[in-house]
Design a protein around this ligand. Structure first.
Ligand code: ADP
Ligand code: MG
Length: 368
């Protein structure tokens, strides 16, 4: 169903993304080692990733690094292994179909064992190194003429690896494990680029060939068509004016459009109620995500976002607003905070103007 609010798993539930799917499939067919999917929150990266890997029927593991970070407070090796092993456990059948016998592939790795419930990390044994784990998988797959995809969803959180330097491990694997392809996705695009440091000669990933795919918003035409098909699929009538209004208000962000469709078609709300609910509930979601980002300088970040949401857009207008609300601030500090919000994707810079690129985020920031 198009209006299912979970990330999509199946091609039939995914609207379009033909071009992106084909690119991912091409890259895998060519044996490329590093694939990067960029895009703002809720645009459909996780859905695209899941559908692509299922469609290509390729052995893989997908780890939601953001979830690991929030669950464990850091992205230790052990936490990451748990993520990978959980994925294997939950998808044994799917992986077998792709020719990957997880039990066999991992059977000789010490520190990881198999119980009735699935794979587990042995609590007391020393953990295998990540390079060892990947080497085993690489070896197992290559012997059988298979490629393995290690996918890190919201990979910018890998920067919380503590002593484990994931960028170095990924770079090493790209150089040494020809049977493994990494797919990394990132919503906080600036942070993601900071983490990868692809153009920094001192950084491990510098100079590695990679394919970058930007997962963009739907065009206006696609957005309307998406809603149209979604309503048609569940037999709910909606007028063209309503669809257009929804798209005018929510833009081409797949996630918000899906929520609107869901509230209306599945929960039975009217057009108006559904739109209001997307903004109300969406704002709560946005604010809870935002809280963790701005916690270190909350008053000032809040003032900046509120300034932009209320129409200030130039550096000096925003700064004046922030000073009026929170007192003096140096130019340097102010610019730092502003840049950080751009890095996290809460602000975007267009020429000399700062904007909030997501209408629901903008709404949420007005409430700050
Ligand atoms: P991201 O990983 O970029 O944050 P998700 O893949 O989680 O985005 O998608 C956000 C929401 O939008 C989910 O409810 C998902 O089902 C829906 N969605 C995203 N892209 C599509 C698409 N192409 N077709 C149908 N639904 C989509
Ligand atoms: Mg996602």
């Amino acid at each position: 169903m198009l209006f299912d609010i979970n990330p999509k798993e199946h091609r039939r539930d995914l609207y379009d993304r033909e071009g992106e799917l084909k690119e991912i499939q091409d890259a895998l067919r060519l044996g490329e080692r590093l694939l990067i999917l960029y895009g703002v929150r809720r645009v459909g990266k996780s859905s695209l990733l899941r559908v692509a890997l299922r469609e290509t029927n390729i052995p893989h593991a997908i780890v939601d690094v953001r979830r690991i970070y929030f669950e464990y407070g850091a992205v230790s090796r052990e936490a990451l292994y748990r993520g990978i092993l959980e994925y294997f456990t939950r998808n044994l059948g799917l992986l077998e179909k792709a020719g990957f016998k997880a039990r066999d592939a991992l059977s000789r790795i010490k520190g990881i064992h198999l119980t009735e419930l699935g794979f587990e990390v042995e609590p007391l044994a020393p953990l295998p190194s990540f390079t060892e784990l990947l080497s085993r998988i690489d070896e197992w797959c290559r012997r059988r003429g298979l490629r393995f995809v290690m996918a890190f969803d919201e990979a910018q959180y890998l920067r919380f690896g503590g002593v484990t330097k994931y960028d170095g491990i990924i770079a090493w694997s790209i150089d040494n494990l020809p049977g493994i392809t990494f797919i990394l996705t990132g919503s906080e695009v600036g942070l993601f680029k900071d983490f990868l440091r692809l153009s920094d000669p001192q950084a491990p990933l510098f100079g590695r060939y990679r394919r970058e795919i930007l997962v963009g918003r739907f065009t206006r035409h696609q957005s309307i068509d998406f809603l149209y098909r979604g309503f048609k699929e569940v037999g709910v009538a909606a007028t063209t004016e309503e669809l257009e209004e929804a798209v005018d208000m929510l833009d081409g962000i797949a996630g918000w459009l899906t929520y609107y469709g869901y509230y209306r078609a599945i929960r039975g709300l009217s057009h108006r109620e559904a739109l209001n609910t997307v903004f109300d509930e969406g704002s709560k979601l946005v604010l809870s995500e935002l809280t963790s980002v701005i916690s270190l300088s909350k008053r000032r970040y809040t003032a900046i976002l509120k300034a932009v949401a209320s129409g200030a857009s130039t550096w000096s207008d925003i700064k004046a607003y922030v000073i009026a609300r929170t007192g003096r601030i140096t130019d340097k500090r102010f610019t730092e905070l502003l840049k950080r919000l751009v890095k996290y994707g809460y602000l975007a810079k267009k020429g000399d103007h700062y904007v909030i690129p997501d209408p629901v985020v903008e709404h949420a920031c007005r409430l700050l």
